[in-house]
Design a protein around this ligand. Structure first.
Ligand SMILES: [Zn+2]
Ligand SMILES: [Zn+2]
Length: 369
């Protein structure tokens, strides 16, 4: 079967859109005709080799589309169903069995192994040369994708499917960090460092949870105005103001109950910890370059402050994605205001526009497969 896909041929280089062939779904697999795919920061991290995904290979991990065919034994979905493709998980390890699917013991090979667990990719060039697939179990920068039954989340027939891909990763990462991990009490204060798509999703969740002081920090003025529109009580432009001093001032010297580091910059992470009240929790959700390390003053931590890594919002896709769809429909999670559409051919422009901070959440619309 034919598929048009954006292939990472070489690290640090633009993706190349080309025609490939894709397998029929095997047992437990689902073939999805892609309608649209979000572009996430992690795609750029993989392109730049900070997350080791083999080349040539197809990136993309915020896919949404329509089930085209299912493999043997698949019962969760049937052809014609609309689905969002969530993170992969093995279903059998200690953490999966405990409901902590984001910390699946097989996560590394499932997201970046470049194929199925037996090593076979689902994609190949017309001459038969294999092309790595299954990035985050989906490789969604393509008009078709082979994924696992376990990863797909069925949505309503009338759901706006082309909009929903970003719920699979970036938006779940931000909102889930607040809903599932930080769980702030009503009346809490929170500072969100980086008000891109992930940070704004966290901001909306903080508002839902009753946070009454929500401080957005960024260097891009347009993002800060959207943060205000989404319910930030205060914003700080970090290009001209020291955020730690400003947060102390806003909180009468105390600092904030919670902070979230969404930028993947370890200097910003230090600020996010230093801005905490005691006790307080700093959630770390931004992906920094491979090997990045950070230092803290040990007294800062000793005085009851925690630094808490939170992977993918610690979400179960099956629970959080439908909840976010409902919140969006109710007008309480207006993530559609972050989305700008591109075509698959424009994938490199979309990634660059996101990196420059010009577009919050690019979504690639696929031409019909
Ligand atoms: Zn597992
Ligand atoms: Zn992602």
């Amino acid at each position: 079967m034919q598929v048009t896909a954006a292939v990472l041929e070489e690290y640090h280089r633009p993706l190349v859109v080309q025609e490939l062939e894709i397998d029929e779904p095997r047992a437990g697999e689902v073939l999805v005709s892609m309608v649209a795919s979000g572009v996430c920061h992690t795609d750029a991290i993989a392109r730049d080799q900070d997350l080791p995904f083999p080349v040539p290979g197809v990136l993309g991990h915020e896919g949404a589309g329509v089930v085209e065919a299912v493999g043997e034994g698949v019962t969760k979905v049937s052809p014609g169903d609309k689905v969002v493709i969530g993170w992969p998980w093995c279903g059998g390890c200690r953490n999966c069995l405990a409901g902590k699917q984001r910390y699946c013991a097989q996560l590394g090979p499932l997201v970046a192994g470049g194929g199925r667990p037996d090593g076979t990719p689902a994609l190949r060039r017309p001459d038969g040369t294999p092309v790595h697939s299954h990035f985050f179990g989906q490789s969604s920068f393509a008009t078709r994708s082979i994924t696992w039954e376990r990863s797909v989340v069925k949505v309503a027939d009338d759901a706006p499917i082309e909009l929903l891909g970003p719920l699979a990763c970036g938006l779940s990462t931000g909102a889930g960090a607040v809903f599932n991990a930080l769980s702030p009490e009503a009346g809490s204060s929170i500072a969100i460092f980086g008000t891109g798509a992930v940070g704004l999703s966290a901001l909306l969740a903080a508002r839902e949870r009753g946070c009454t002081r929500i401080i957005g920090i960024d260097r891009v003025p347009g993002r800060l105005s959207l943060a205000t529109a989404f319910g930030a009580t205060d914003t700080i432009d970090a290009s001209s103001t020291d955020p730690v001093g400003a947060i102390r001032e806003l909180t009468g010297g105390a600092g904030v109950d919670f902070s979230l580091e969404c930028t993947g910059n370890v200097a910003v992470l230090r600020q996010a910890v230093d801005a905490l009240a005691m006790p307080g929790v700093c959630g770390v959700i931004g992906g920094a370059p491979a090997g990045a390390e950070f230092t803290l003053d040990h007294f800062t931590v000793l005085w009851g402050r925690q630094v808490r890594g939170i992977l993918g919002g610690e979400s179960q896709s099956e629970k959080l994605i439908p909840a976010l769809i409902d919140l969006q429909r109710l007008g309480r999670f207006p993530f559609d205001r972050m989305v700008e559409y591109f075509t698959l051919d424009e994938v490199n422009e979309a990634m660059d526009a996101s990196a420059r901070g010009e577009v919050l959440k690019p979504v690639l619309r696929m031409a019909s497969a």
